[in-house]
Design a protein around this ligand. Structure first.
Ligand code: NAD
Length: 265
């Protein structure tokens, strides 16, 4: 379903590839002015493609969402260029996988810093502009692991459960300015994140269970999805476009799964 975001400024973090790039493309199709953010240089290439394909205005910025000064500068640049911050989608995220005795504390700290503190920091800075406008939509990326922790990723589960807490807390505080704050939980969505995970999970589990090979694990997981397929970034983008739209103005503080029915709570 096509929506109209013309004249709206939409910030997407983690936009160089995967789910973030899919979300950015959806908003480009719907005519938004895009601010595409990633810590990777690849964001410029992804932004150029969308600009050429859809003819929309795009500001691409290489920013680390854990860096306070960089995050402040990003919203300032976006507001200066486009005049408003209407929607901000906090999607940048990272994962590592390790057994309990192998996981370095630095990994635990990093996952929390990017996935949780980074989400909060972007919400805080975006909301400063939204309060002045008396409107806005903050949309945060959690995960199936925001609902239920999974083996070998205690840091990731904590980080994504934290995103739901941030969402509920800010939704209450920002409601007087008509700013909505919602989150979504992707299940198994095909992206380059899984190229890494498939290999590492395969290694860890094959050592332990002696039955998984590369690729087999993903196939087994997909078998457990009621809709019997992995999701695509476009599946997530459809939900995000709804949450950013006028149709969702009475929805706030909510977390919605987009996972083919994998988790039903
Ligand atoms: N793919 C899935 O199955 C899945 C499932 C549940 C949740 N998620 C979440 O969805 C989001 C996107 O996942 P994806 O699959 O597209 O992953 P991905 O690895 O393909 O993309 C992650 C993006 O985040 C950016 N990023 C990482 N660290 C950053 C930092 N410090 N500052 C700024 N940008 C940074 C990367 O450059 C990239 O653009 C993540 O938050 C992830 O945890 C993904």
């Amino acid at each position: 379903m096509k929506r109209d975001f013309s004249g709206k400024t939409v910030v997407v973090t983690g936009a160089c590839r995967g789910i973030g790039a899919g979300i950015a493309e959806r908003f480009a199709q719907d005519g938004a002015r895009l601010v595409m953010v990633s810590n990777a240089e690849r964001v410029f290439e992804t932004a150029d493609k969308l600009q050429q394909q859809y003819g929309v205005e795009v500001l691409a910025l290489q920013v680390d969402v854990t860096d306070e000064a960089q995050v402040q500068a990003l919203y300032q640049q976006a507001a200066e260029k486009f005049g408003s911050i209407d929607v901000s989608i906090q999607n940048a995220g990272v994962i590592t996988i390790d057994t309990f005795d192998q996981m370095p504390k630095a990994d635990f700290d990093k996952i929390l810093a990017v996935n949780t503190t980074g989400v909060w920091l972007c919400c805080r800075e975006a909301a400063k502009y939204m309060v002045k406008q008396q409107s806005g939509s903050l949309i945060n990326t959690s995960s199936g692991q925001g609902r239920q922790g999974f083996i070998y990723t205690p840091h990731y589960a904590a980080s994504k459960m934290g995103v739901i807490g941030i969402t509920q807390s800010l939704a209450q505080e920002l409601a007087p300015w008509k700013i909505t704050v919602n989150a979504f939980c992707p299940g198994i969505i095909e992206s380059e994140m899984w190229d890494y995970n498939d290999r590492v999970w395969g290694e860890i589990l094959s050592n332990e269970k002696k039955r998984y090979g590369k690729g087999e694990l993903m196939a087994e997981w997909v078998e457990g999805i009621p809709l019997k397929r992995a999701g695509q970034p476009q599946d997530v983008a459809g939900l995000v476009a709804f949450l950013a739209s006028e149709d969702a103005r009475y929805i706030t503080g909510q977390t919605i799964n987009v996972d083919g029915g994998l988790i039903m709570s």
